[in-house]
Design a protein around this ligand. Structure first.
Ligand code: N01
Length: 530
């Protein structure tokens, strides 16, 4: 295909899909390329057993169309991957979004042409698209991280990564399974794989904090109330730091101000309620190490109560700051280690040495299995962008521009790359929020900006090095006021060897929106137009 459009978009997840809806409404021509054979992004790829959202269904959904949010019926408090994918497909059908998407097509390059102020985007299918704007809606967690273990290619059984799960599913019955990792994907999949497999060996480098989801059939009375108040409900959520959880009871005291008895009683009721509200009872769990240690102690006590074998319980007790890696919402995770067919192997002090035809070796011991699951996460926030040959002014590649780490203004743009936007790029609140709320805000910023430019006959928009340096400084200063940067998380890029360490997400959705609104009302302060 060779054609010219207003906007070329990479990715047909929730961000790419909303880009199309806005373009339709604003009369802008748009072409989206998507590597998968359908919409859904994260929820298209992450089909591993147990995959489920950790934000409640009535919140993790588009707010842009009231009829859509009134008509769609969720079945569970937290939706499982198949239902979210069905929702994405419903939205695509309802708004005829697929007309603008070319599936099974990977974008290989996007180059800015200075003479025409246009972008040329090329795909692995030979398409060449010229556009005024290019938008990367590539997702924050879409580039699988598979560590390079010596001998990996010699393994004789089947190998899977949770983020690239086969559509036909995997039958674990009668299999000995080895699973590497204990992050969110592992914590969700381990209980299900353990039920199916003959034996499951979990290789853990860092123990994780997990609190119960208490997932259940959706409460229809609650849904009725939400639907009757959806606008207010969304507005209230947008006032929350993470853009969700407005109905969660919140405390306004420091955890250090209340007695241990009072604190334990509140944490217990939050543990029973389930979900991220666990950390909402006190103001300083993510600000003060002493407060954090109290919540961490509570979780460790729970692990000791749940896991019967003391050595396994002790190995499962995390020691790092609670929440500096994303808190995990689980269903039966710790209890799974009481099963006779599950073994926990710590690879903390003895990193995995090599993969063999029959399993893997750590601490000089070979563990044998038939199937290997990598639950080893993602090259988050930058991985998918840097896989594409993106070139801005003077042919400078994005990889070169970001050699020392990603630099953006508002998490949406980067200097030297005119008319290029990222949806939920590094420096945006993205992964620390309800992603769909952030996506809607970003897409509206981008499309409103294009309309404003057209009204004023402006051809290009570009941020400056100064604006983006200030923004990166701001993002890091906000993070430094919290405990978030205190451990080796993927927020910092620390999970991928050699990746520059920069705290990537901005903490606080309302503050971010306020900054964006200020930028717009000051004629796009921090940007230059031509
Ligand atoms: O990935 P992770 P994930 N040797 O990076 C281990 C979102 N998500 O896919 O902690 C041994 O968290 C690694 O160990 P360590 C959510 O935002 C959401 O689970 O680096 N182990 C870790 O245990 C989440 O945060 C949901 O020491 C190695 C694991 O692999 C994000 O996606 C569900 C290793 C990777 O954990 C990523 O989660 C799922 C090595 N060489 C995901 N390399 C929801 O509920 C890595 N590991 C919505």
């Amino acid at each position: 295909m060779e054609r010219s459009v207003d906007i070329a978009v990479v990715g047909a997840g929730f961000a790419g899909m909303y880009m199309i809806r806005r373009a339709q409404q604003l009369g802008l021509s748009i072409q989206v390329f998507e590597a998968g054979d359908d919409v859904g992004g994260t929820w298209y790829w992450n089909r591993y057993p147990g995959a489920r959202c950790d934000v409640e269904s009535v919140e993790y959904s588009y707010s842009f169309d009231d009829d859509l949010q009134q008509e769609w019926e969720w079945t569970e408090r937290y939706s499982a991957q198949p239902e979210i994918l069905k929702y994405a497909q419903h939205v695509a059908d309802r708004f005829e979004l697929r007309d603008h998407i070319q599936f099974e097509t990977r974008v290989v390059s996007a180059h800015f042409n200075e003479s025409s102020s246009t972008w040329t985007t090329k795909t692995d299918k030979g398409d060449v698209i010229t556009s005024r704007f290019v938008v990367f809606a590539t997702g924050c967690l879409s580039s699988a991280n598979i560590p390079h273990f010596p001998g990996a290619e010699t393994f004789s059984g089947s190998t899977y990564h949770t983020g690239q799960w086969p559509h036909e599913g995997v039958d674990f019955s009668g299999k000995r399974v080895g699973l590497i990792g204990t992050g969110s994907s592992a914590v969700q999949s381990i209980p299900i794989i353990a039920q199916e497999a003959d034996h499951l060996t979990v290789f853990q480098r860092t123990a994780s904090y997990a609190v119960p989801a208490r997932n259940e059939t959706i409460d229809h009375e609650y849904v009725k109330w939400v639907k009757a108040n959806y606008k207010q409900f969304r507005d209230d959520n947008r006032q929350q730091s993470a853009a969700f959880g407005s109905t969660t009871p919140r405390g306004d005291k420091s955890a250090l101000e209340v007695s241990r008895e009072e604190l334990w009683s509140d944490l217990e009721s939050r543990w029973q309620r389930g979900g991220f509200g666990f950390l909402s009872g006190n103001t300083d769990f993510l600000l003060d190490e002493r407060a954090n240690e109290l919540a961490a102690d509570f979780v460790r006590e729970k692990i000791a109560q749940i896991v019967k074998d003391p050595a396994t319980a002790s190995a499962l007790m995390p020691q790092q700051i609670l929440g500096c890696k994303r808190l995990i919402i689980d269903t039966g995770y710790f209890d799974t280690f009481n099963r006779d067919n599950v073994t926990l192997v710590s690879v903390k002090d003895h990193p995995i040495e090599r993969i063999t035809p029959n399993g893997l070796v750590t601490g000089g011991v070979e563990y044998e299995f038939d199937t290997l699951v990598y639950a080893t996460g993602f090259d988050a926030m930058t991985g998918s962008l840097l896989k594409i040959d993106i070139r801005g002014r003077n042919g400078v590649t994005l990889a070169d521009a970001w050699e020392a780490g990603p630099v953006t203004y508002l998490g949406l743009t980067t200097a030297g790359f005119p008319n290029m936007f990222m949806v939920s790029g590094p420096g945006s609140p993205s992964v620390l929020t309800n992603m769909i709320m952030s996506i809607e805000q970003h897409v509206e910023f981008i499309t409103d900006c294009i309309v404003d430019m057209d009204k004023q006959s402006r051809t290009t928009i570009e941020t400056t090095s100064e604006s983006q340096s200030q923004w990166v400084h701001y993002v890091n200063a906000v993070a430094d006021r919290t405990l978030y940067p205190s451990c080796n998380s993927w927020y910092l890029g620390a999970n991928v060897p050699g990746k520059p360490r920069v705290f990537m997400p901005l903490i606080g959705f309302p503050g971010y929106v306020e900054k964006c609104n200020e930028v717009i009302s000051n004629d796009y302060r921090g940007f230059q137009f031509a």
